[in-house]
Design a protein. Structure first.
Length: 288
């Protein structure tokens, strides 16, 4: 018996808010797909040429699922986007480079097929929360992964990492380990050090800040973070400063009175300040 993701994708339509929404689920983004190498496409009905968002879920690179998108699909559809949520293979079954490769493969699929769902392959946004924020930031700065799939950064109109703490992996390792050491606590057995390969060279290579450079085609960034979280705030400023120095259009927005999970759940709500910053950013990026 073939795995379920090879069956005809589930398609249905429903009305929520202002715009009708169609969903195609569990579309494989590689020819011989692993069960997690699938994505869902949310699109308005009877449209074409819309910008598209590729959303990368969080979960510490070990858990998480594309279904955890809360109100985002409808919010983006109401703003005239196609929304794609993708899964990827997870630690410890694969290594970090393989995970980043899955992100690039999913973007290639979107670039090749999104026009079938009303999207514009040349106007893609890459976004993600937590672990997904690291993956989004890295794929939009280290162009080797997209180049391996026959693409360039030019297809990406903007990048929105949401409350990540690993844009500079060596910095978060040092921060976390120092905090535990000075408080007399044992070091975590499977932390960022191990997840990113337990090798300083790999830690640097999986850091978006390592790959930021001028005249590289890096897209504009909006870095969203929880304002009173010391680690994600410091990492947001670290990446933001690197991008600014390289001449990349950048805005860093700290959301107040929220948490790591709430900032993600609220993204897309009409009165949410981070959501306003998000859609101001996409509107400006689409003018470039």
């Amino acid at each position: 018996m073939k795995p379920l993701f090879y069956l005809a994708p589930l398609a249905f339509a429903f009305l929520s808010g202002a715009s009708a929404q169609e969903v195609k689920r569990n579309l494989p983004y590689v020819a011989t797909a692993h069960a997690r190498q699938v994505l869902d496409v949310y699109s308005p009905r009877d449209v074409k040429g819309l910008p598209a968002v590729v959303w990368i879920h969080g979960g510490g690179w070990q858990t998480g699922d594309k279904s955890s998108v809360q109100v985002k699909p409808q919010a983006f559809i109401d703003k005239g986007f196609v929304f794609v949520a993708m899964n990827y293979r997870l630690l410890p079954d694969v290594d970090m480079a393989t995970i980043v490769g899955d992100i690039a493969k999913s973007i290639r699929w979107v670039h090749e097929h999104i026009s079938e769902y009303g999207g514009d392959p040349e106007r893609l946004f890459v976004m993600g929360h937590s672990a997904g924020a690291q993956l989004a930031a890295l794929i939009c700065t280290d162009d080797r992964y997209l180049k391996a799939e026959g693409l360039s950064l030019a297809v990406i109109k903007g990048c929105v990492p949401l409350d990540g703490d690993t844009y500079d992996v060596p910095a978060i390792i040092e921060t976390a380990e120092t905090r535990r050491r000075v408080h007399g606590l044992p070091q975590a057995k499977y932390s960022h050090r191990e997840k990113f390969g337990n090798d300083p060279a790999k830690h640097r290579d999986f850091s978006a800040v390592t790959h930021v450079a001028s005249n590289k085609g890096i897209p504009p960034f909006l870095i969203l973070h929880v304002a009173d979280h010391p680690d994600t705030s410091a990492q947001a400023q670290r990446l933001g400063n690197a991008l600014k120095e390289a001449g990349v259009p950048i805005r860093v927005f700290g959301a107040k009175e929220t948490t790591h999970n709430k900032i993600n759940a609220d993204l897309g709500l009409p009165d949410d300040p981070a959501t306003k910053a998000l859609f101001d950013f996409t509107a400006e990026a689409l003018k470039r």
